[in-house]
Design a protein around this ligand. Structure first.
Ligand code: ADP
Ligand code: MG
Length: 562
């Protein structure tokens, strides 16, 4: 064979490998799920590229995955006839981490194995999980339609070798040379069990040699005949009653490249003007790149079982960018491209339907599983809030899902909904009062709250960056106006009684000379100086004009250099 090259792993890969092997060891079986998941993705990619270039199938159109083991050589082999990789692809995909958020991921690692295992799970270890059980991995691959094959080999310790080889079949073959002590994997029953447990949902057959009886040692004797170990039908096409909770969860890990179980999901076949199946998941944790414009993951679009693309823009609105899963259309053309997707009215209809499903799922959580909803809100609340400004059609529904901290909250967790607030409104109160500030402490100590405290009126404390956008787009809820307590003359309406009015009159009269002096001293710096009977502790406070920017927003814009 041609000359062997030795290359070094990216520093992060070395670090990741070391950590992963330690922290995921107790869950080591997942290496098989990861390698099968990659093989399945490779089949999806070939099917898609094959739409335009059928010659890529090379007279071998039955896509499948094969798993075998060799007791004497102490190896486990996972092979697929998917798209394969060119030499450049091997170098860039296996040996480097091109993921966005890599840096912040490494910064978050604590050295505490339990905590780090969680983080690593979120980050996704994929291919490298092979090194949990193997001390040498040999990957041989030939990209569909190309002549040259390449062999990558590594002991997972900082470098790998690359060489050109011959490979008749298209696709990728991965040989795991097992570590000392991993011999239990050299067992037909054990491997088939792992495949069924983690990879049953894979839509192409995962084949292994068929058992033909038991030997004298009690072990399965295999024949040369192959059988599919999994159900080999796309999970979302099966009926809900045939899918177990675990299967839904494992499928999520495959589509989302996540290690943690999802929080909730919605699975439905939709009929009508557009026929499609959706299986959409809410993750239990926010991904690293939630705020990264370059993020690559989103919802996968299939057309009649053929994977078309993973989309981050068109299938889900920006404020639901955390949603993962599959949409499989029966009506779209197979040659749908990104450009067509942008323009398509059919896609608009599918998207609108899927948004309703997701909002419905969240509503269901919020009313029936409040703890889960709280967990959701913690991870994704800030993002969902963007929807109030972004999605006019669903503004009301989103507003119902919002949660805030208020002056009645015991702790710092946002648990107050607008409906809760309205339910607690005082006699004569007709507005939803809120205050915006940089921190909870600043909000709670604001002099603007004094009169509300005195009257026992609840005020929402809005301290998130996105809240300015929320209050700038949501003017009322359930017929009640949202009113900043820091703006304008603040008409308290029926909350104010005769005594209040009398007190105000007196203060105004008594303070006339002072007010005039202060007005003179401040001159152009203020619009107006007013006396008020509402402050109970503070001598003075700043108020924004009814139609001006709030002081908080002004500070935020200044900080942003605007
Ligand atoms: P992920 O699957 O999340 O992208 P992995 O570490 O599992 O991360 O895989 C890295 C990349 O290596 C894949 O995205 C793919 O491009 C490539 N790859 C891995 N396994 C295969 C395979 N069997 N066939 C083709 N490409 C593969
Ligand atoms: Mg993978």
């Amino acid at each position: 064979s041609a000359q062997k090259e030795t290359l070094g792993f990216q520093t992060e890969v070395k670090q990741l490998l070391k950590l992963m092997i330690h922290s995921l060891y107790s869950n080591k079986e997942i290496f098989l799920r990861e390698l099968i998941s990659n093989a399945s993705d490779a089949a999806d990619k070939l099917r898609f590229e094959g739409l335009a270039k059928p010659e890529l199938f090379e007279n071998d159109p039955e896509l499948k995955i094969r798993i075998a083991f060799d007791k004497d050589a102490r190896t486990v082999t996972i092979a697929d006839n998917g798209i394969g990789m060119s030499r450049d692809e091997v170098v860039s995909h296996i040996g480097t981490i091109a993921k966005s958020g890599t840096k912040s991921f490494f910064e978050q690692l604590s050295g505490d194995e339990k905590k780090d295992a969680h983080l690593i799970g979120q980050f996704g270890v994929g291919f490298y999980s092979a090194f949990i059980v193997a001390d040498k991995v040999t990957l041989t691959t030939r990209r569909a339609g190309e002549a040259e094959a390449v062999r990558w080999e590594s002991q997972g310790e900082g470098e790998y070798t690359l060489e050109s080889v011959e490979k008749a079949e298209r696709g990728t073959e991965i040989v795991l040379h097992l570590k000392e002590g991993e011999d239990e994997l050299l067992n037909d029953w054990k491997l088939k069990g792992i495949v069924r447990k983690y990879s049953d949902h894979i839509s192409i057959p995962i084949e292994m040699k068929k058992g033909s009886g038991y030997g004298e040692d009690g072990e399965v004797v295999v024949s040369d005949e192959l059988e599919a170990v999994n159900s080999a039908s796309a999970l979302w096409t099966r009926s809900k009653s045939d899918i177990t909770e675990e299967q839904y969860q494992e499928f999520y890990k495959h589509v989302a490249h996540d290690f943690t179980d999802p929080l909730a999901w919605s699975h439905a076949r939709v009929e009508g003007r557009q026929e499609y199946t959706e299986l959409l998941y809410i993750p239990s944790r926010a991904p690293f790149d939630l705020y990264d414009r370059e993020r690559k993951q989103g919802v996968k679009l299939y057309v009649r079982r053929v994977f078309i693309m993973e989309d981050t823009e068109k299938l889900m609105p920006h404020y639901l960018r955390f949603v993962r899963g599959v949409i499989d259309s029966n009506d779209l053309p197979l040659n749908v491209s990104r450009e067509i997707l942008q323009e398509s009215k059919d896609i608009d209809a599918i998207r609108a339907g899927c948004v309703k499903k997701v909002l419905g799922l969240l509503e269901d959580l919020s009313s029936n599983q409040p703890e889960k909803y709280e967990a959701f809100w913690k991870e994704f609340g800030q993002v969902l809030k963007e929807g109030v400004g972004e999605d006019h059609a669903n503004k009301e529904r989103i507003a119902k899902l919002l949660r805030f901290v208020s002056t009645t909250s015991e702790g710092v967790e946002p648990t107050v909904s607008l409906a809760d607030y309205i339910g607690r409104m005082k006699e004569g109160q007709d507005k939803i009062y809120f205050i915006t500030a940089d921190t909870l402490a600043a909000a709670k100590n604001s002099p603007h709250l004094e009169v509300f405290k005195k009257k026992g009126v609840e005020v929402l404390l809005l301290v998130d960056r996105v809240d300015e956008w929320v209050t700038g787009s949501l003017f009322e809820f359930d017929g009640k106006a949202l009113q900043s307590v820091a703006k304008g003359a603040l008409d308290l309406g029926a909350l104010e009684d005769e005594a209040d009015k009398e007190a105000q009159k007196q203060v105004e009269e008594a303070s006339k000379p002072v007010v005039e002096k202060v007005q003179k001293a401040l001159g152009e710096q203020v619009k107006e100086v007013r006396a008020t009977a509402r402050l109970t502790e503070s001598p003075a406070c700043l108020v924004a004009g009814e139609h001006d920017m709030s002081a908080h927003l002004e500070r935020m814009l200044k900080a942003a250099g605007q």
